[in-house]
Design a protein around this ligand. Sequence first.
Ligand SMILES: NC(=O)c1ccc[n+]([C@@H]2O[C@H](COP(=O)([O-])OP(=O)(O)OC[C@H]3O[C@@H](n4cnc5c(N)ncnc54)[C@H](O)[C@@H]3O)[C@@H](O)[C@H]2O)c1
Length: 330
Amino acid sequence: MRICLLGAGRIGRLHGTLVAAQSEVDEIVVADVDPGRAAETAAAIGGRVAPTAEQAMEGVDAVIVVASTDAHAGLVAAAVERGLPTFCEKPLAFDLPETVELVEQIEARGAVVQVGFQRRFDPAYREARRLIESGELGTVYLVRLIAHDHEPPPDTYIPVSGGLFRDSSIHDFDALRWVTGQEVDEVYAAGSVRAFPVFERYDDVDTGAAILQLADGTLGVLSQTRHDPLGYDVRMEIVGSRDAVTVGLGQQTPLRSLEPDAPARAGPAWQTFFTRFETAYQEELLTFLRVARGEIASPCTARDALEAMRIAVAAGLSRSEHRPVRPMDM
Ligand SMILES: NC(=O)c1ccc[n+]([C@@H]2O[C@H](COP(=O)([O-])OP(=O)(O)OC[C@H]3O[C@@H](n4cnc5c(N)ncnc54)[C@H](O)[C@@H]3O)[C@@H](O)[C@H]2O)c1
């Protein structure tokens, strides 16, 4: 297979490396608006550089969009116009109107698109979904979503990210929908700049919280920070009538218990999304290669990305207007 990689930054390098390691991939063509980055990544993964995205897409079998968020919609639209199966990192587009327009285009063409919500491929998130689906958890009372970055992203990333809820919490919103099988009816969110004034410059926050009411009455509670001194802490806790379970609590969880009988952490804590979700990213990309070959349907569609974006936009509006907002009204 010949694969086009659009974007050669942090996650572009990771996805390029994962795809390059697959025996069925014969060639990777890399394009980035920063030619130096494209050259560096192409050299690292054994790919070749194309001067533009359009040229990179010529003659390939599938496209992987890992450019900055504000470039997603244009690049995905161009790939879809060419009839190419496309993987796009989250979020699918920068804002809601762009997402709606793109999803309409994708669905009208019957295009094959997979969106990068990698938690759907993490074994513990999958088990959580199975436990709810099978009824083993009983009635689900509450889902706690915890997303604490170790270090904030680079300053240049912030203005093109879409803000905390659209950039980061969108993973939790998708996981909440996917694991519970429920839509979010209403969200109330708050945010604060606690330590990194650069976020204020872009009307963004470094700390956020949200209460989410699901269609069946289950409550979701989100806790989100851009900095955690101990590491990268992403968890989901579910309390049901028959069991209480947690995802992401283990020997590498960056959390220090103050209880004297708690086991000491054996090794280093997770520091980045790269290590925390290593196997999930790998499984996600292997799945996309199968999707691109037409063997299976996309496990995370453009429509899923739109629903997650609606929740993220509702959370942003709720934060700025200090009121509950219904995603379906967005
Ligand atoms: N799923 C995840 O866990 C995860 C983690 C990190 C980032 N992401 C997503 O991946 C995307 C990239 O994030 P990153 O951290 O790698 O950012 P980054 O800033 O490190 O890299 C983005 C790259 O895109 C390039 N670029 C910008 N416009 C382009 C265009 N029109 N054509 C080609 N290249 C273009 C930039 O020059 C840069 O090299 C973002 O959308 C982000 O939300 C997802």
